[in-house]
Design a protein around this ligand. Sequence first.
Ligand code: SF4
Length: 331
Amino acid sequence: MARAPLVDGHGRHIGDVRVSVTDRCNFRCQYCMPAEGLPWLERDDVLRFEEIERLTGLLAEMGVSAVRLTGGEPLVRREFPRLAAMLAAVAGLDDLSITTNGFLLERDAAALVEAGIGRFNVSIDSLQRDRFYEMTRRDALPQVLRGLAALAAFPQAHPIKVNAVAIRGFTEEETLPFARFAREHPYEVRFIEFMPLDADRSWDHAKVLTGDEIRAAVHAVYPLEAQPREPNATARVFRFADGQGRLGFINPVSEPFCADCDRIRLTADGKLRTCLFSLNETDLRAPLRDGATDDDLEQIIRDAVWRKELKHHVNEPGFIQPARSMSAIGG
Ligand code: SF4
């Protein structure tokens, strides 16, 4: 049943929901969580497959036709491909994607493609084994690269995006190796500026290596040409002038893209977040489990989205980092 489009108080149509299917992860990335991990959600506190299916179905009726599955690390959720197949069958959901650290891709690539996931983002912060270990606290680069290669064997999985979080004092050494990686492989590499969502709360502006700095470093060796920006896009995309691939830059700190933001988020424990940096959340799990009708849930969602933040305040004095860290929000 079609419902009125979901619109926020600034007139932006919501078309994309990021669904975190678990807060657990098999990596311990420094810009995300402490080495010892975090206290995980209890099993019963995590939304069940049927609950995720119902909420994404309801959102699809309101025009939210894109779903990105995230975590923590989504592939550690048991039977994840079955959930993906359930969502791929939801009416009105025509864009199903995933963000993964790639560690379990070698095992799951075929099942994910078969389930109907159409777009893949794989997070890799270094192409050097020791530095990969330094950042993720896992000696996993060879396995991740094997997973990427397994995925690349499926034509329908392309274009595959490789996301690298850019941190000053670390990523400078990775910039040209990643540029060459994008030139020599069928992957679009995107650099993402370090955001204040780390559990250690050690973020500060001085650690942000901006997209523009990285672009300039690459351009000096491999000239780049800007591509037109897609509506609602988070990335600024460039192609190599000689046609050898593309690079993207996601610059939420230095070049915020909030003006046409069409995204909302659903956490693994059923909270609706209207912005990555929201300080408020709306609980959907309780009404869902207390017998709310779809119309009831629709009203709760509309009220929350109407109050969606115009933009983030990361660059402003008094910015407050959300209590939830990245692993409990999802990418
Ligand atoms: S910071 Fe918030 S408003 Fe800005 S683009 Fe991200 S989710 Fe949208």
